[in-house]
Design a protein around this ligand. Structure first.
Ligand code: GLU
Length: 367
């Protein structure tokens, strides 16, 4: 099974591209030929009705030269502000590379810079997700990288493996594909051990697999197999499959999503969210929620507490039973204004075009 077979049954796929693949032999310049070929492969996936989101590294690698940092210096020996500055130089290069490759195929791309924190803070999470979904709905391919210049973390290589999984959770992707210089997990490091065997499928990640992955290798791009296994653990636990490969048509390791994992996003809401307030709903709305629908302003009878857009609110029935938790698309102030109102009135009262739903079904966990 190659990587493209492994994503056959997926609809939404996050493809993370490592620095080593994006640079040429000098490790300092963009490998435009490689990006063009990748864009063609992605075009085929899009024609096959898949939604593709790219997470791309390479900004630091492509910016090093301008900062006078030789390609031989390992990333761990470069000071943080130097890496951040290099990234600022390199990021437009990478994006331009994707832009040209996809433009030639008639596909629009969009640059999205996220920070890890953003995928955690509720409001930013909600906004980033809405933006990504809006792009995807319009068949635009987001090209995401970490916003390195403002990142407060250590800017470690391998971070984008985690970022790809976070993004996948955020937008409910089925699969993450990590494209890098390795064809997947081996029983030992294949660069050192000629007897190392390739492992095509991992149903359950065990300590043994983690041991096989070894330590992160220093070098241009590789966060090492260890960072990839960690990403695979996070993904599969959240119900997302993860594939490691060098190219779409090549060998790969597929880490299968845990089947009983609750929907990633809902689990995130259930475990991370503390309600800032509550809304009491009528019987019609209760029935709608039980049928798996969203909560509309018209079904709300009372509200309590102070909350902002993106905050969690508890949903209660008229007899005071807490039945669900969800992320509100409106602040408590706005909710007070639009509750009990028909859809047509909501936007008029708001004075801006917001969502029809107060709490979208994807943002809602029933108890
Ligand atoms: N954001 C970094 C860059 O674009 C890469 C982080 C990583 O490779 O995981 O250079």
């Amino acid at each position: 099974m190659n990587a493209s077979d492994a994503i056959k049954n997926s609809k939404r796929v996050v493809i993370k591209i490592g620095s080593a693949l994006l640079t040429n032999e000098t490790r300092e310049e963009l490998n435009q030929g490689w990006i063009n070929a990748l864009a063609k492969d992605i075009q085929a996936l899009v024609q096959d009705d898949k939604e593709i989101i790219i997470v791309s590294s390479g900004a630091v690698a492509l910016g090093r030269k301008a900062l006078g940092i030789s390609a031989d210096i390992p990333p761990e020996d470069i000071r943080l502000e130097q890496k951040q500055a290099a990234s600022a130089v390199g990021q437009p290069h990478i994006f331009t590379g994707y832009y040209h490759a996809f433009e030639a195929l008639g596909i629009t791309v969009a640059q999205v810079l996220l920070t890890m924190g953003e995928t955690e803070s509720r409001r930013m999470h909600l906004n980033a997700r809405e933006t990504l979904n809006t792009l995807i709905d319009k068949n635009i391919i987001p090209v995401i990288n970490e916003n390195d210049t403002i990142s407060t973390g250590e800017l470690r290589f391998g971070d984008n493996d985690r970022l790809a999984v976070r993004v996948a959770q955020m937008i409910e992707a089925d699969t993450v594909l990590l494209l890098s210089s390795t064809e997947g997990l081996h029983t030992a490091d294949p660069n050192k051990n000629p007897d190392a065997e390739h492992i095509p499928l991992v149903e359950d990640i065990t300590d043994e697999h983690i041991k096989m992955a070894g330590d992160a290798l220093p070098g241009l791009s590789t966060g090492g197999m260890k960072s990839k296994i960690k990403a695979a653990q996070a993904a599969t636990r959240a119900g997302i499959s993860l594939i490691i490969a060098r190219e779409l048509e090549g060998k790969c390791t597929l880490f299968k999503a845990q089947e009983n994992a609750p929907n990633a996003r809902k689990r995130w809401i259930a475990t991370h969210m503390k309600p800032k307030g509550s809304v009491t709903i009528d019987d019609g709305a209760l029935k709608a929620l039980k049928d798996g629908k969203s909560l509309l302003p018209i079904g709300v009878k009372e509200i309590e507490g102070n909350f902002e857009r993106g905050d969690a609110v508890s949903i209660q029935t008229e007899d005071g039973k807490e039945i669900a938790l969800g992320l509100s698309a409106y602040s408590s102030k706005d909710t007070a204004m639009i509750m009990g109102q028909k859809k047509e009135w909501v936007h008029t009262l708001q004075g801006y075009l917001g969502r029809d739903e107060l709490i979208h079904r994807n943002d809602l966990v029933m108890f």
